[in-house]
Design a binder for this molecule. Structure first.
Ligand SMILES: Nc1ncnc2c1ncn2[C@@H]1O[C@H](COP(=O)(O)OP(=O)(O)OP(=O)(O)O)[C@@H](O)[C@H]1O
Ligand SMILES: [Mg+2]
Length: 233
């Protein structure tokens, strides 16, 4: 098994509050890993620490390369893409324009994007603001995949979406997983169980579980750590 990403004893302190208190985990290459936990436990901060948006201490290793000392633009250039919680789609621009603005590499990979998301090609002249929430999430992920991406970080892509659209997002992530390694922060446990091969659970600034979805079947544990029922499947 190749590791795409290894965090060793990562600490983040912001304005005197010790938010990440020694985070340790490994992420398998080529699959989706889910990162779960209750509100405020440090999931988004973990993603922000990987891309250097917050000051961090500890080791962050990307495919064998130490990136904890890199600045954000260098981490991005090393192949890490970040889709933040609010997606930051330009509503008044078309799908094609949204993608064009995300071009970074000399040869943006439209072939992969159109192969993975043919719907975006069909809708290239549609204003992004008129897309469904699920389709907007597709645009956000497609923007990341346009450039060489070795690791895609996605923060709560289904937040605020109707249940029907959650299915759409799950499908988009499964498709994106064919092209890259994904670390997915998500509160929706059924969705994570559907798309993720491995699941990491955080609580109060540390990792409390790292294993397969099946290992999360312990309903008591799931309820305590996620505030939801783990279910038996
Ligand atoms: N810039 C900041 N300044 C001060 N405190 C912060 C900052 N960013 C995050 N925090 C605090 O750090 C803790 C972890 O926040 P974080 O956003 O990482 O949690 P989360 O697990 O993503 O939560 P949620 O599920 O609500 O998105 C919270 O208590 C939050 O209030
Ligand atoms: Mg968050």
């Amino acid at each position: 098994m190749t590791n795409a990403l290894t965090l060793t004893d990562v600490n983040v302190t912001i304005k005197g509050s010790h938010i990440l208190q020694g985070v340790n985990f490994e992420i398998e290459a080529g699959v989706v890993t889910g990162l779960l936990g209750r509100n405020g436990v440090g999931k988004s901060t973990t993603l922000r620490s990987i891309v250097g948006l917050v000051p961090r201490v500890g080791s962050i290793n990307l495919f064998g390369e130490e990136i904890s000392g890199l600045r954000t633009h260098e981490v991005i250039r090393a192949g890490v893409a970040f889709v933040p919680e609010d997606r930051e789609i330009f509503a008044s621009l078309t799908v094609a324009e949204n993608l064009k603005l995300a071009e970074r590499d000399k040869n943006p990979d439209y072939d992969t994007v159109h192969q993975l998301f043919p719907e975006l090609l069909q809708r290239k002249n549609q204003r992004a603001g008129t897309l469904s929430g699920g389709q907007q999430q597709m645009v956000a992920v497609a923007r990341a995949l346009l450039n060489k991406t070795r690791l895609l970080l996605v923060d709560e892509p289904t937040k605020g979406l109707a249940p029907k659209l959650v299915t759409e997002v799950a499908a988009a992530l499964e498709i994106a997983a064919q092209a890259t390694t994904i670390l997915l922060v998500e509160q929706n446990l059924p969705l994570v169980k559907r798309v993720a091969k491995n699941i990491i659970v955080m609580d109060q600034g540390v990792v409390v579980h790292n294993g397969t979805p099946a290992e999360l079947a312990d309903a008591d544990f799931a309820k305590r750590m996620l505030g939801v029922s783990g279910g038996s499947h």
